[in-house]
Design a protein around this ligand. Structure first.
Ligand SMILES: [Zn+2]
Ligand SMILES: [Zn+2]
Length: 442
């Protein structure tokens, strides 16, 4: 935060001193200033609500940006215009978030293309190493390729003709997905386990992760791998780009100030920011390349955070959608509202036989298939989600999140989250990755 503030301060100093000293305060500088502020705001809005940041400056800034300032602005708008601006903004925001359009993707493509044009115009000729010269063009092209694949691959639209096949892919865990979930009201199809209806795409999507405006598509079972490729290719362009632009600037710095080479430079010469700022403004191309360096370096942490989140999700065997659902389960367990319901006098073997003969369709038997499960600590082995055990949230007044399946009775309260098994976590990092990269029925 302090780093970003000092950068902004530096920018304002540069802006003030620019005309008199003949320094160049180009349009690209405004772009960089905008991106610095933009990425900080995005970071705070996206990650500020995470428990890690609770009570910290990021968490407080999140509350300020996400709740306090909008509430203040709405109150002012109400007294001044009778809420007209608020309505216009919310309908515009609604369009941006809830309608399918290419606006955000077009913004991304424009920013990337402009940055690459500037890179090839101003930095390319200083990169003489043939390995870099060979690597740069294909790596720069990759984000476009993965954007195309993510945007134009069907993420797993569930239709009446493919729903029975989709029902076979994932079993119901009887905690966050259960067979007696009502069919989707819009699509009028049964809801396979791990699927979710997307309000933007207006379809149910298999293994729905989230809807992504950058690719103007849902991230689901069949394009999750391309989406990961999109994130990784962006990370490569940003990190490699910031390395290359820094190297080019560094060479120019040495050429201008220490022509005798590294040995003639004093210790801590890199901390002499006055020299660096002079260098940046010495020529047009140094201004451009340093702007590119700053953009790449500042956006990089956001992409790393986003990728790290997805790697963690894959490791845990959850989607973004499911991580939210597990949050609700955790809340219910903490408040003593999650109960186990069991089928007394139930014959497990019969049920397995029945399910197997029903060609694996759990929806018909109404119960999940038998399967031994390892607890998260890896030591205990017990039968779970085996068809005689379902989890139901019981609120006050006897209200429940689902109806009790036929013949089942309440047995015990779930003591803690560790005693529940996530059946979609296949128990190994590589098994979970396998599911991401090799979806069934492609
Ligand atoms: Zn639907
Ligand atoms: Zn969608």
């Amino acid at each position: 935060m302090r780093f970003i503030l000092s950068l902004i301060a530096q920018f304002s100093v540069v802006a003030q001193s620019t005309p008199g000293q003949g320094m160049k305060f180009t349009a690209l500088h405004y772009v960089v200033a905008f991106i610095v502020i933009f990425s900080t705001v995005v970071f705070i809005v996206l990650f500020g609500r995470l428990p890690t940041f609770k009570g910290t400056i990021v968490g407080k800034a999140h509350i300020l940006l996400w709740h306090r300032i909008p509430a203040k602005l709405a109150a002012i708008d109400k007294t001044v215009t009778g809420g007209r601006i608020c309505n216009a903004t919310s309908s515009w925001g609604n369009y941006l978030i809830n309608e399918k359009h290419w606006g955000v993707a077009a913004f991304y493509v424009t920013v990337l293309t402009v940055a690459l044009i500037f890179f090839f115009k101003d930095a390319w000729r200083y990169i003489t190493n043939p390995i870099h010269r060979l690597l740069i063009p294909p790596l720069a092209f990759q984000p476009y390729f993965y954007l195309y694949l993510s945007a134009f691959t069907d993420p797993g639209t569930i239709t009446p003709s493919n729903v029975s096949r989709q029902l076979e892919i994932f079993r119901y865990d009887d905690i966050i997905f259960y067979p007696d979930m009502p069919p989707c009201r819009t699509c009028r199809t049964p809801k396979p386990a791990r699927s979710k209806h997307c309000g933007v795409c207006k379809h149910c999507i298999a293994r729905m992760d989230h809807h992504c405006a950058w690719i103007n598509n849902c991230v689901g079972y069949y394009n999750y791998r391309f989406f990961l490729g999109f994130i990784v290719s962006n990370l490569i362009v940003l990190s490699y780009g910031s390395y290359l632009t820094f190297t080019v600037l560094y060479m120019e710095y040495m050429r201008q100030y220490f022509p005798g080479g590294y040995d003639s430079a004093p210790k801590y010469f890199w901390a002499d920011y006055v020299k660096w700022i002079k260098l940046i403004h010495s020529q047009n191309w140094t201004a451009t390349v340093s702007s590119l360096f700053m953009i790449a370096t500042l956006v990089c942490p956001l992409v790393i955070a986003f990728l790290a989140q997805h790697i963690l999700f894959i490791h845990q065997g959850v989607t973004t959608n499911e991580s939210e659902k597990w949050g609700e389960v955790e809340w219910a367990v903490k408040n003593g509202m999650l109960y186990i319901y069991e089928n007394c006098g139930f014959n497990a073997e019969n049920d397995v036989a029945e399910t197997a003969s029903g060609s694996g369709s759990e929806s018909e038997s109404g119960l999940a298939r038998s399967r031994p499960a390892v607890l998260t600590n890896g030591t205990q082995i017990k039968l779970e989600n085996n068809g005689r055990r379902v989890y139901i949230q019981v609120y006050g007044e006897g209200e429940m999140n689902r109806s009790v399946p036929h013949g089942m009775v309440q047995s015990e309260k779930v003591p803690d989250l560790d005693s529940i098994c996530n059946i979609y976590d296949k128990g190994g990092f590589f098994k979970n990755w396998g599911e991401v990269f090799f979806p069934k029925y492609t």
